[in-house]
Design a protein around this ligand. Structure first.
Ligand SMILES: C[S@@+](CC[C@H](N)C(=O)[O-])C[C@H]1O[C@@H](n2cnc3c(N)ncnc32)[C@H](O)[C@@H]1O
Ligand SMILES: O=S(=O)(c1ccc2c(c1)CN[C@@H](CF)C2)N1CCSCC1
Length: 266
């Protein structure tokens, strides 16, 4: 029986570079076909943010890991972006990229693709510069705490949350997954937006020496969890993995994309 403490211990072996190599380096991260999962994820985020409803002052990314792709469309509509992760090694990887230090991960294929989606002919380096200017803080997070960001932000003060592959990847069971979701939603203002990407029916993934357990969730589980957390689903779409995409670094069956809004109790 895994516990939150056991999950935390398993993450001590997490290798950000191995994780990036497993999931974000072409050709596995494929931009050559619009039908690839990466293009699907970026398109969902672009099309949802292009509607113009998701905007405000503060955007917080929960469980950023060593990645920034999840913010490439949403960040444009907010004054301040705060990135978060549980591990110092991931926060350091993010800070390396934000400071454009030698050896930082190359996210240029992602910027190029999103600039193409936006169709404004903007040089991708201009967007890259803007994202670096928007991220004000990279701070610790623990979704299993009632206040996941500690005292860094007031509960109910955030306009938009983004989270990708975090909650299911750090929750030992569905009860903990539900509580973590409710802790995270507690950061949002009423009517605040939640852009959530996650793994469907995944039970493990690898990141170097680390083998991380994942609580398997289905579309129905995710929808019910959002309802219990008093969120209204605006959009829910899924992507099914092809057998060729299963290369042993995880056993994910599919991906979900959610745009949800926190209920207004008034
Ligand atoms: C699969 S990675 C997701 C990374 C990135 N968001 C992405 O889209 O690839 C899961 C992340 O959850 C973080 N994590 C682990 N335990 C956590 C906790 N208790 N609270 C918040 N994040 C946690 C890990 O450090 C890791 O960066
Ligand atoms: O975007 S993905 O669908 C993706 C991206 C990241 C992850 C997973 C899947 C599944 N395991 C997660 C562990 F929590 C991390 N993708 C998987 C195929 S290759 C390109 C990356």
């Amino acid at each position: 029986m895994s516990s939150i403490k056991a999950v935390a211990e398993s993450y001590q072996l997490f290798n950000p570079r191995a994780y990036l190599q497993n999931n974000y380096v072409p050709p596995r991260a494929d931009f050559s076909s619009e039908d690839s999962v990466m293009c699907w994820k970026l398109r969902r985020l672009h099309e949802t943010c292009a509607k113009g409803e998701i905007k405000g002052r503060t955007l917080v990314d929960i469980g950023s890991g060593p990645t920034i792709y999840q913010l490439l469309s949403a960040f444009e509509h907010f004054q301040e972006v705060i990135m978060t992760d549980y591990l110092e090694v991931n926060r350091q990887e993010l800070k390396m990229w934000l400071s454009n230090e030698p050896g930082a991960f190359d996210w240029s294929p992602y910027f190029k693709h999103v600039c193409k989606l936006e169709g404004k002919g903007e040089p991708w380096k201009d967007k890259q510069k803007r994202l670096r200017e928007h991220v004000s803080r990279v701070i610790p997070v623990d979704v299993h705490q009632p206040r996941p960001l500690g005292g860094e932000l007031l509960s109910g003060s955030v306009d938009c949350l983004v989270s990708s592959f975090c909650l299911e990847a750090c929750s030992p069971n569905l009860e903990a997954f539900q509580k973590a979701l409710e802790h995270v939603i507690g950061l949002l203002k009423p009517k605040g937006h939640f852009l959530w990407i996650g793994a469907l029916e995944e039970s493990y993934y690898l990141a170097g020496e680390a083998r991380l357990n994942v609580v398997p969730v289905t579309e129905d589980i995710v929808k019910k969890a959002l309802h219990t957390a008093k969120c209204v689903v605006r959009e829910f779409s899924t992507y099914s993995m092809t057998p060729s995409m299963k290369v042993g670094v995880d056993d994910v069956s599919g991906i979900f994309f959610v745009w949800a809004q926190k209920d207004d109790p008034k």
